[in-house]
Design a protein around this ligand. Structure first.
Ligand SMILES: [Zn+2]
Length: 66
């Protein structure tokens, strides 16, 4: 992603975290979010959908949350 994001509440630099969520149908969702270590504020940035196909995983869609 881009340059540093600062927390809207306490102005501390936020950390990019990526969460992997897999569902029963083989779809994997990667949730990109920024988290403030100082106050715990979280901002969801984007969700990347990965679908299982014959050749492996294939990126399906990116949803921008904010
Ligand atoms: Zn904060």
């Amino acid at each position: 992603m881009q340059e540093r994001i600062y927390c809207p509440k306490c102005k501390a630099p936020m950390e990019l975290i990526i969460e992997k969520v897999s569902s029963a149908d083989g779809t994997i969702r990667y949730v990109y979010a920024y988290k403030c270590k100082a106050c715990g504020t979280r901002i969801d940035d984007a969700i990347l959908l990965m679908k299982k196909s014959e050749g492996g995983y294939e990126a399906r869609a990116v949803e921008h949350v904010s």
